[in-house]
Structure formats: C-alpha cells, structure tokens
Ligand binder design. Sequence first.
Ligand code: FAD
Ligand code: EPU
Length: 338
Amino acid sequence: MEVKENHLLKEYNTFKIEVKAKYFVEVNDIDELKNILLDKKYSSQKKMILGGGSNILFTQDFDGLIIKINLLGINIFSQDEHNVTIKAGAGENWHDFVLYCIYNNFSGLENLSLIPGTVGASPIQNIGAYGVEIKDVFVQLEALDISTGNIRIFDYGECDFSYRGSIFKYELKNKYIIVSVTYKLKKNPVFNVSYGAIRDTLDSMGITELSAKYISDAVISIRSSKLPDPKILGNAGSFFKNPEVSQEHFIRLKAQYPNIVSYKTNTSNIKIPAGWLIEALGWKGKTFDNYGVHQYQALVIVNYGGSNGSDIKNLANDIIKSIFDKFEINLEIEVNII
Ligand code: FAD
Ligand code: EPU
C-alpha cells in the first residue's frame, strides 16, 4: 500500500477534472483500510472516500487524504429455489457485477445496467434507473466507522433510502466507509418494463420473451443513445435531481406551459423532469469555452477537455437561478461537489 503525494486525479473522476490530492492511497482489503486510518501521519488529515469517481465534481485540489476503495469479492450468502442473497465487495465495478448476476440468472439488477461506478457507492444515493432503485433489492451493508475503526452492519431500515439519497449522503456523510453490500435477487424473475422506453426498445429489437439479458441489452442501448460515455466526454450523469412540485404549483405551470412533461409520484406531488425545464430555457447544447450542457440530454453537464470544476459549478448555479426565476422551482444538485 503506497501513499502517493500530490497525486493527479484526472483519471479518477469521470468529469476528468485536473486536480491533485495531497495524499492518495488505494486499499485492497479491510486490514489496509484500518492501517491507513490508524496511521498517525494521516490522522489529522481531511479524508475522502473514492469509488469510481462518477458522481463527483472536484472544484479544487483536495487538501487531505483520498482513499480509493478497491475491495473485491462476490459471495453467495444463501440461496433457495426462488432467491439468492449475494454479497459484493465495495470496490467491485457496478456494471460488471450486474453482468455477473445476469450471467448466473439472478435477476433484479438488469434495469441498472451500465451505471458507472462501484458496488460500494450504490447505496449512497440509492442508484436508480428505468423504474428500479437499489433499495428494491437491498438487504444490508457492512461499513467501517471512520472514527472507531469498527465494522457496523446497516440493514434496510437504517439506510433511510430516498430518491437519489440515503443516510450516507446526508446525516452520515463521510462518517462510514462501505466495505460490502448484500442484495437479494430472484431466480424466478419478475421483470420491470414499466419504463416506456424499455418496452419500445425491446419491441424494436424483436424480443417477445423477456429475459434479464434482453432487458439489460435494451437498457444499454437506450443509455448509449442518450448519455455521453465518460471515457469519451467528461461528465457525471444527471447533474441535478428531478424536482417535485405541489398540485397547485403544477396547475399554474401547466396553464403557462401546456407541453410541460410530468410524472405521478407516491404522494400528491408531481415530478417534473429537470431536463425538460433546462431545455425549455434554451440551455441544452450551450457551450462555454470547454464545458457546457450536453446536446442530447439537458440534465448532463459536460467537460469538453481541460475545464475546471468551479466553472462547471458556476454554470450549474446559473441554471438553478434561471429555473427558479422562470418556474419557481429549486433544482437540487445530485452530484457531490468537492
Ligand atoms: P464516487 O463518485 O466515487 O463517489 C460518490 C460519493 O459516494 C462520494 O461522496 C464518495 O465519497 C462516496 N463513496 C463512494 N464509495 C464509497 C464507499 N465505499 N463508502 C463510503 N462512501 C463512498 N446514477 C444513478 O443513480 N442512476 C443513473 O442512471 C446514473 N447514470 C449515470 C450515467 C453516467 C454517464 C455517469 C457518469 C454517472 C451516472 N450516475 C447515475 C451517477 C453515478 O454513476 C452513481 O452515483 C454511482 O453510484 C457512483 O459510484 P462511484 O463509485 O463512481 O462513486
Ligand atoms: N427531457 C427533455 N430534454 C432533455 C432531457 C429530458 O425534455 O434534454 C425530458 C423528456 O420529456 C424525457 C424526460 O425528460 O422524456 C425524461 O428523460 P430521461 O428518460 O432521459 O430521464 P431523466 O429524468 O433525464 C432520470 C435519471 C437518470 C436515469 C434515467 C432513466 C435523475 C436525476 N436522472 O433521467 O439517472 O438514468 O432517468 O431512469 O433522476 C443519474 O442519476 O445520473 C442518471 C443518469
């Protein structure tokens, strides 16, 4: 385990922001993790946990220790004829884990194909896509308490999952390091094709009998057509969360903007795609020097190369202000700003 100094982070964040960490270490097992936390040289340093860096915007050099989690391993905890309980190390690549489950006919994660990042980050913002969220298959996670070095198990009820949120993104931010996550998957699948685009894509692929693999292929195809590939264009997926408004607010908006897109929620609130709001104000495809709003997905801010995080953050704030001024809606940032 080598602690590097003044380490360049460009290859460790999908926005490809060129900042440095004062100290940077990659840990491969729990002992290494405990050792680095106990090391007196770093005990007073500010710390940050890093997975795949796909939900982060660095706006400055990191003046502390970054710990990149590489803990691997996939183990079947228990299984019967219907279900399998499977535990994965926090450093496992998320999409590879999804493909592993599909290959083994364990279903439940197929709608979450091609989301970048790691298993360990999957509960942090309760990753979601195409009608499924991680909370739907979550059993428990193991996390190391940064202040004591003790391992604690969090079950479903203790994680406070919400839309793009959990206790680890809010109250317990930077207090625990997730080391493994356990999911319950199905051997006799119940597929979720409620998200319209999946059905249409399966139809266009000529699929009549559903399988986890076909759904995964459809999701990959939809995602590839809309979202920029971070290997080619720096980005962190949706920059903002989709907002909710009250029914009264929505009625006012609908009167003014008859084409506004909306979704029902579990409450009386109405969800509005932030992409629609941002596009309606003309931001989509707008480019400023080397960064801008993606041309096909207004919810995604992109770095065309060499841009800095502060400029991107300022652009995000300009978008937030314009949305508030026009629609009286407060857009919330999804990405973790560092
Ligand atoms: P990082 O970016 O490394 O970290 C994110 C946060 O979690 C940070 O605060 C970090 O400190 C913390 N963290 C990471 N690992 C741990 C750990 N082991 N223990 C404690 N804290 C930790 N998200 C969705 O929900 N749905 C999508 O459809 C989606 N699509 C995306 C598409 C693209 C092209 C991109 C670039 C991103 C997308 N995202 C999406 C966002 C992102 O992929 C997810 O949030 C992912 O879970 C982040 O994983 P990561 O390992 O890269 O986390
Ligand atoms: N839209 C526009 N213009 C745009 C983009 C979207 O008008 O430029 C409108 C369209 O009406 C479209 C609707 O928004 O039908 C929804 O768009 P899309 O299906 O692309 O989904 P999204 O709401 O933009 C959300 C998630 C994604 C997730 C997809 C699929 C959030 C913040 N984003 O995006 O998650 O992959 O749905 O489920 O909830 C992420 O969190 O990083 C992410 C990519």
